[in-house]
Design a protein around this ligand. Structure first.
Ligand code: UT7
Length: 332
């Protein structure tokens, strides 16, 4: 019997309507469009506005659309892995909340937190349940409402992040398409450079933690950049090398969208021209767990069954990794 791979059989996404432009940010902090575009590549990002709206509300329309595209019902989903750093609440898991909102009554699920590498860690985890034969339909969601943890008075971070969701369905494939290999890494020594210090068990929320802004995302940009630019390129090159893939064999590089300069360095190291690199950072900024599945969603029409894709990410933790997958279908 041929090996069962976990193939992506459907992809969808959702971004909220509100567009926060560089021009609007210029009215909020001491920054300018030229600086933001030249240092990051970002022109605008989406923001989920409205009282009582949470990360699960980004995922609901994305998942309902995915079910419709695949022609299955919510009851067919067996497992939900919800990759996020901005869960609706500390607990219960946003996976549970999503399951309830979309009516996935037969699914179990959990949240997976690996910052910007969350989707790669989630995809690899979900694939294990398909490859083992335990499940036939696993939903992997990457969603973040970064606007809920961004300090819009901090120009170092507020220009970078946006809100969004991307999701994929994993199903068994016996034709050799699906997840082929993954290299995933963590290094807790990176924790001081990118974090949210308040609201966890170390610094439970108090007036003091809030006054000190500890509930906001903090980043030492220059240090993170240094690690990201080498590690993301290294890990993508490693996964290509150990699978004997030359640049010509790769149809698409799907990089985490944190900074256009990091994307360019990864593409250059892999020897891939711009035409083979998915980039939408200019429209959405860094949506953390959502960047990679949102790229797959946007490029779905161009993807062909059997295409070799290299996914790569670097994020808080530090966490980083790269996945080699063969795309599962050609859209009708
Ligand atoms: O997704 C998770 C992983 N995260 C990343 O991969 C992000 C990695 N880091 C980065 O992408 C970049 O470090 C940033 C885009 C965050 C910053 O770019 P940079 O080229 O590293 O700039 P910098 O932090 O070294 O700052 C350069 C200058 C500073 O001024 P001085 O000290 O040279 O006078 C900053 O104060 O730019 C200043 N600056 C700004 N100026 C205008 C910082 N933020 C801004 C701003 N507008 N928004």
């Amino acid at each position: 019997m041929s090996k069962i791979h976990a193939a992506i059989t459907a992809v969808n996404g959702y971004v909220p309507d509100y567009i926060l432009t560089n021009q609007e940010l210029e009215t909020m902090v001491d920054t300018n469009d030229e600086w933001i575009v030249s240092r990051t590549g970002i022109k605008e990002r989406r923001i989920l506005k409205g009282e009582g709206k949470a990360t699960s509300d980004l995922a609901v329309p994305a998942v309902l659309g995915l079910l419709e595209k695949r022609g299955i019902s919510a009851d067919d989903i067996e497992l939900i892995i919800f990759c996020t750093s901005t869960p609706d609440m500390l607990f219960p898991a946003t996976a549970n909340i999503l399951a309830d909102k979309v009516g996935a009554k037969k699914a179990w699920g959990f949240d997976l937190q690996a910052a910007c590498s969350g989707f790669l860690f989630g995809l690899t985890t979900g694939a294990q349940f398909i490859e083992s034969g335990k499940h036939k339909k696993v939903l992997v969601v990457g969603a973040d409402k970064m606007s809920s943890v961004v300090n819009y008075e901090d120009r170092n971070t507020c220009i970078l992040f946006g809100d969004g969701c991307g999701c994929v369905l994993l199903e068994p494939n016996e034709e050799g398409n699906g997840l082929i290999d993954a290299v995933l890494k963590t290094d807790g020594a990176g924790a001081p450079y990118l974090n949210i210090k308040g609201g966890g068990s170390l610094n439970p929320a108090t007036h003091g933690t809030v006054d000190a802004g500890m509930h906001y995302a903090y980043q030492e940009g220059r240090t993170v950049f240094k690690f990201a630019v080498t590690n993301m390129a290294d890990v993508a090159a490693e996964v290509m090398e150990r699978n004997n893939l030359q640049a010509d064999d790769v149809a698409w590089l799907v990089p985490h969208q944190a900074n256009k300069r990091i994307i360019d360095a990864t593409a250059e190291r892999a020897g891939l021209p711009d035409e083979k690199v998915m980039v939408n950072i200019q429209k959405y900024g860094n949506t953390t767990s959502a960047t990679i599945p949102m790229c797959l969603w946007e490029w779905e029409d161009k993807l062909k069954k059997g295409d070799n894709l290299i996914l790569a990410a670097f994020g808080g933790g530090f966490t980083w990794g790269s996945i080699y997958l063969k795309w599962g279908y050609t859209k009708a």
